[in-house]
Design a protein. Sequence first.
Length: 144
Amino acid sequence: MKMTKRTVSDEIPTSSMADITFLLIIFFMVTNTFAATRGLDFAVPKEERNTQTIEKQESVLLSVHPGGRFEADGRAIRLDEILDYLKPKLERDPLKPVIIRPDPESSYGDMVRVFDVLRQGKDKGVEVRNISIPTQREIEQFWY
């Protein structure tokens, strides 16, 4: 009896791979819809009837204009007069905000000089604790 040698193919049969992939896709689609119906649990805060009203606080506005001109609350002032102007106002309210508003055309150095004068006020008996410099976007959006 003569035996014939059968050759084994070295290929992996992939004809059923498409069926398995299709079944897996269907399985994940079905289970995903079950997971989506649960939703999120979170607590919404209750509405408060007595909300706090925020009162406007008087502040000092220091404007810096092109050419080294300065204004304090709308009137022209020299750089060395700023602390003298602020002294009586800060004695009444030490936390009074001082806002430096530079004009877009003014030099950066002028704004820094005003800031330096305010920071060195402590040495001259006028401590400015609340200095604010708004950005150009804040000025465009919120300035009256």
